[in-house]
Design a protein around this ligand. Structure first.
Ligand SMILES: *Cc1c(COP(=O)(O)O)cnc(C)c1O
Length: 372
């Protein structure tokens, strides 16, 4: 048996007829940029995410970058964020001209630690950018309170969290701006790149729409801002509209798969993802922590089970971000997580049999390692 981290071929096979028809319709219509599918997708995703406005862009990275620009973030500003995430979060902050300032993570949730955020606030701080890592929401109740108290902007990177709920609220309602990615392997993936900015602020949405299209109103050729060429195209929007119908059932299957792992590993000496109270995890990744991670990964590989390390090196230790001036030891929780995390297949196209096999194989690998 070979079980990979994603199986996009199986997903396509399940919805092929609808996808093929949607693609053909766009090609027949010959409207490729900012047409009806994009408008419809923006409305639908905003609706299911509890936000008033959705502004689609060319990637999840651009969604953070343009979201921050629309909030007025730029050179001279500091933005507090997590060092334990996909690089795009920090990259987008850097691309605005602002400086990323890290706060360490909570060792249990792996999300940014609100208590450490407060320690990092300076007169230059303009915004906080938490990430809902692996599909579990950051502690937004506390972070919102900090943002309000210090008059800071709040953008949440929800690239891994479409469909997540925390404190009874969907992602679009938790921050001034929340951003999505439609990278093919995300829970709602396009057949190429794509992203979206979610907000309840009408003028911020209008600014984002201008920034994605060279800083102008479409077709006006008068430019208010130095913008970007960052639109989601009609083909991707049409594909995403088909897949959006299945998103909740796919997320539910991920939760069921996770429940199998949680019960087969409950008594093992590993740290497991926590389920939110009054909320929903999206299980973009099922990530466990084990102090013999590398040995376990090798044993899974021998049994044909793929796995991945998200993320092997915290951002403050990456060559590209040495310019921020941090060194090893500055964020001990993020560094320890990097040494111990392992993500295992949890996607919606796993069969129940495969899920049982993965759960049982991890369990016996741990038992064997503990005996050695
Ligand atoms: C995927 C991802 C992004 C970037 O999305 P792209 O669409 O690849 O640009 C940003 N942040 C996180 C946490 C991600 O997982």
């Amino acid at each position: 048996m070979s079980i990979e981290m994603v199986n996009l071929k199986a997903q396509y096979a399940a919805v092929k007829d609808e996808i093929d028809a949607a693609v053909q319709e766009v090609v027949d219509g010959c409207v490729f940029i900012l047409g009806e599918s994009v408008t419809r997708l923006e409305r639908r995703i905003a609706e299911v995410s509890g936000a008033a406005y959705g502004v689609s862009v060319a990637s999840g990275t651009d969604a953070i970058l343009i979201g921050l620009r629309a909030m007025g973030i730029g050179a001279g500003d500091e933005v507090i964020t997590t060092p334990f995430t996909m690089v795009a979060t920090t990259e987008a902050i850097a691309l605005t001209g602002a400086r990323a300032v890290y706060a360490d993570i909570d060792p249990v949730t792996l999300n940014i630690d609100p208590a450490d955020i407060e320690q990092r606030i300076t007169p230059r701080t303009k915004a906080i950018v938490p990430v809902h890592l692996f599909g579990s929401c950051a502690d937004m109740t506390t972070i919102r309170q900090i943002a309000r108290t210090h008059n800071l902007g709040l953008l949440a990177d929800a690239a891994q969290a479409i469909g997540a709920v925390a404190g009874g609220q969907p992602i679009g309602a938790m921050a001034d701006v929340s951003t999505l990615s439609f990278y093919p392997t995300k829970n709602l993936g396009a057949y190429g790149d794509g992203g979206m900015i979610l907000t309840n602020d009408e003028s911020l949405a209008a600014k984002a729409k201008s920034l994605r299209y060279h800083g102008m109103k479409p077709g006006s050729y008068y430019h208010d801002d130095i913008g970007y060429c960052s639109r989601l195209d009609e083909l991707q929007a049409a594909i995403l509209l088909v897949k959006l119908k299945y998103l909740e059932s796919w997320n539910e299957k991920r939760r069921q798969n996770a429940a199998v792992y949680l019960s087969s590993l409950a008594d093992m000496p590993v740290s497991l993802p926590a389920l939110p109270e009054n909320g929903k995890h999206t299980f973009h990744q099922f990530t466990l922590r084990y102090n013999r991670r590398d040995e376990m990964q090798a044993m899974l590989r021998e049994k044909g089970i793929g796995s991945a390390i998200y993320y092997p090196l915290p951002l403050h230790m990456q060559p590209a971000y040495r310019c921020l001036g941090y060194s090893e030891g500055d964020f001990p929780n993020a560094e320890a997580a990097s040494r111990e995390v392992l993500s295992v297949p949890v996607h919606a196209d796993l069969t129940d049999e495969q899920v049982q096999f993965v759960g049982a194989t991890i369990r016996s690998a741990i038992m064997e390692l503990e005996r050695r």
